[in-house]
Design a protein around this ligand. Structure first.
Ligand code: FAD
Length: 309
């Protein structure tokens, strides 16, 4: 493991889109799948980080070893098939699919993510999801200590979930393969991508106002109808609510921005108020979409109350 890029007491600020300062004891940046599997075979319960666009790191630091996947960035193209390693940027994949005249990845243009994070979370937007054209993934099974192939039915994709998310720490994605749709219109693909970007510009903060996307999942009502968490939060009067350096975005009430050196506790406090007010107003318990990584006792207690609702 000697030659694998390794940092000690390393600040994760550039590796999360909320720009939270969080010192990790041990950080590894593998460059090849061999390096990644070597790490996984020799490590106990590492934190896997793609682009950190859905992870709230504790400002008190991270004790578990951290593996950052961004250097696992190889892509194999055989149209309409695309196979990419876990650290490939979703924006790059969207542009690549466009250049090949392939449809299905248009929504990825708006997602500041890696492929691994998108598959683990079953990322979706604008009526498209990463599961739509998914064929299979290679993953390291930490329970069996071997590389396994997961086909689409094995993935248990659901709303913001997958087998990866349901079994924390067991399956670590190495790569994933997709069969996209051949399109005879580059213009149609480009228009869908442009619309996705434009829609976000009008409603969501850019990463100049650091954030983690939606803090909460969209809930369902008692009849199973999907509701918009953002709308409920807006109606409960949360826009502009702040704690320390974290604030509910004025243009979309399900986004929390770091406007002034926010700490993870600030972010959690804002989430608690969002959950409480929506419950008081509508009798609906919002469930966090964001994932917390840390071991601070106070934060963990608060986070667990958020998870339990
Ligand atoms: C501005 C903004 C807009 C967003 N819009 C959307 C949206 O429209 N739709 C949507 O679905 N999400 C959205 N998100 C949330 C986020 O981008 C997605 O959840 C994304 O899929 C996370 O990818 P990531 O690479 O950043 O993952 P990370 O945040 O790094 O990780 C997320 C989870 O995936 C796990 N993970 C990452 N890589 C692997 C791997 N190789 N193997 C196993 N587990 C892994 C991590 O351990 C963690 O549990 C948005 C976020 C932002 C900041």
């Amino acid at each position: 493991m000697k030659e694998i890029e390794h940092r000690i007491n390393y600040n994760l600020k550039p590796f999360n889109t909320l720009r939270i300062s969080s010192i990790a004891d041990d950080v590894y940046l593998p460059k090849t799948i061999d390096e990644m599997t070597l790490l996984l075979a020799n490590m106990d319960n590492p934190v896997i980080v793609g682009n950190g666009s859905n992870i709230l790191f504790s400002s008190k630091g991270v004790k578990r070893p951290v593996i950052i996947t961004k250097n696992l960035d190889k892509v194999n193209v055989n149209p309409p098939s695309i196979e990419a390693q876990t650290g490939v940027s979703t924006i790059r994949l969207s542009n690549m699919a466009f250049e090949l005249g392939l449809s299905g990845f248009e929504f990825l243009i708006g997602l500041p993510a890696t492929l691994g994070g998108a598959v683990a979370m079953n990322a979706a937007a604008n009526a498209q999801a990463i599961s739509d054209y998914f064929v299979s993934a290679k993953a390291y099974d930490t329970k069996e200590d071997k590389i396994v192939e997961l086909a689409a039915p094995d993935m248990e994709f659901g709303y913001r979930t997958s087998i990866i998310k349901k079994n924390p720490g067991r399956y670590i994605l190495l790569s994933a393969k997709f069969e996209l749709l051949r399109s005879d219109s580059y213009i149609a693909i480009k228009e869908t991508m442009d619309k996705a970007v434009e829609k976000r510009k009008n409603t969501q903060p850019s990463l100049k106002e650091p954030n983690l996307g939606c803090a909460f999942k969209n809930p369902t009502d008692k009849n199973g109808q999907k509701l918009s968490a953002g709308k409920l939060l807006d109606e409960a009067g949360l826009k502009g609510f702040l704690s320390g350096g974290a604030m509910v975005y004025f243009n979309h009430a399900n986004f929390i921005i770091n406007f002034n050196e926010a700490s993870s506790l600030d972010y959690i406090n804002v989430m608690r108020e969002m959950q409480r007010l929506v419950f008081d107003e509508f009798d609906i318990m919002l469930e966090p979409e964001v994932i917390y990584i840390g071991s601070d006792k106070k934060e963990l207690e608060l986070w667990n109350t958020l998870l339990k609702g």
